[in-house]
Design a binder for this molecule. Structure first.
Ligand SMILES: Cc1cc2nc3c(=O)[nH]c(=O)nc-3n(C[C@H](O)[C@H](O)[C@H](O)COP(=O)(O)OP(=O)(O)OC[C@H]3O[C@@H](n4cnc5c(N)ncnc54)[C@H](O)[C@@H]3O)c2cc1C
Length: 351
């Protein structure tokens, strides 16, 4: 029995139910849903699941028990249901009006981590494993090259979707193979060569999407999401890797506003420039809208200074974008993902 059936909560007004289906599709879907072993919640506040600690609710949120359970759940989804996979929510904002669709949580669900999967220099991690855990695990086995992941407070799935990186390291530089899932619950094994990747961007060459590469969840049946990755690393020295991780984390504490909820760098750095420098030069450091502020410590961070709405954060993003465009003629590109409706009556959209 699904948790939704165990503890059903009343739906709030203005939140639409998933579309109704007919005939055999309903029967097949209900049968598949009954086989799910995970937890399904309705009207789940996403402020609990994103590091900004702000924003609206999602219609349905599912935490699978494991990969097999996720496969069954994917098969139970209505064909045109919008789907968004979420790791630790460290690069994500759901607008105050909420997300009309289903969120799948991977953290604590897809959590297998294995050494030597295929060859002694590899680590296999499922999508819900926190990236810092992969860095520590690699060091434990004297593998080098994953140290940068220690400073990225998301999951492997989020790191793959974003091509997360820092201090010269990038996720896809150490990935050799990934495993994905589609809407039908089918698994696909793909080599890194199947993807095009660049600075905080990933696309599948053959035209399918990775669930996040357009920044918006999709209702297309061709969509795929990451469920695991094989990292191929160099032989190294575990204690040297641990020392490097320590230095990296010390640098972060010194430069980032980690005492307030945030989502890391809001904008990508334009070629040859730093978004933080441009925003600061516009006089916006410390600028406040509602409960949100452009961090006085690092201008490319927006912090929730207390009770911020997603709209406050988005207003600061728009303000910084316009100010940098007006002053420097540079179009800042957002790194953080925003999904959902602006308010309860807004049209569904994601960017
Ligand atoms: C303090 C702080 C520092 C940060 N520093 C860095 C940094 O140095 N470098 C950097 O690159 N990032 C940084 N970030 C941003 C963030 O941690 C990374 O982008 C991280 O990889 C996101 O992982 P997540 O699991 O939290 O993803 P989420 O925030 O949960 O999701 C981000 C996007 O990925 C998609 N997604 C998540 N899981 C999957 C999946 N399994 N399959 C397909 N799509 C998926 C989501 O739908 C969403 O579009 C920082 C964030 C914070 C809060």
């Amino acid at each position: 029995m699904l948790a939704e059936e165990r503890g059903r909560r009343p739906k709030s007004p203005g939140v639409r139910q998933p579309p109704l289906r007919r005939g055999h599709e309903v029967g097949a879907t209900m049968q598949a849903e009954r086989l799910c072993r995970g937890e399904l919640r309705r009207n789940e506040p996403m402020s609990r699941h994103v590091t900004w600690r702000a924003g609206g609710s999602v219609d349905r949120a599912y935490t699978p028990v494991d990969l097999a359970d996720l496969r069954v759940f994917m098969r139970s989804l209505p064909a045109r249901e919008a789907v968004c996979f979420v790791g630790l929510g460290s690069n994500l904002l759901v607008r105050d009006g909420g997300f009309r669709g289903t969120v799948v949580f991977t953290h604590r669900a897809l959590s297998q981590l294995r050494y030597g999967a295929g060859s002694p220099d590899t680590v296999y991690a499922e999508a819900g494993v926190p990236s810092p855990k992969v860095a520590r695990f690699a060091a434990l086995h004297d593998l080098a090259g994953a140290e940068f992941l220690a400073g990225i407070p998301g999951t492997v799935g989020g790191a793959l979707a974003m091509n997360a990186g820092c201090y010269g390291g990038e996720t896809w530089n150490i990935v050799s193979r990934v495993r994905t899932i589609d809407r039908a619950g089918r698994l696909h094994e793909r080599d890194r060569g199947a993807y095009r990747f660049g600075y905080r961007a990933v696309t599948l060459r053959e035209g399918r999407t990775t669930g996040a590469d357009r920044g918006a969840p999709s209702t297309e049946s061709s969509e795929e999401w990451f469920v695991g990755a094989t990292f191929t690393l160099a032989r190294g020295d575990g204690s040297e890797s641990r020392q490097r991780m320590k230095e990296l984390l010390t640098r972060r504490v010194a430069t980032q506003p980690l005492n307030h909820p945030n989502a890391g760098s809001v904008f990508r750095n334009p070629p040859g420039e730093y978004a933080a420098r441009l925003i600061e030069a516009c006089g916006l450091k410390g600028h406040v809208i509602g409960g949100a502020a452009i961090s006085p410590k690092h201008a490319n961070f927006i912090v929730n200074a207390g009770g911020a709405r997603a709209a406050d954060i988005e207003a600061l993003i728009d303000l910084a974008t316009a100010a940098v465009r007006n002053k420097f003629g540079i179009a800042l590109e957002r790194e953080v993902r925003i999904v959902g409706d602006a308010d309860e009556h807004g049209a569904a959209h994601g960017r």
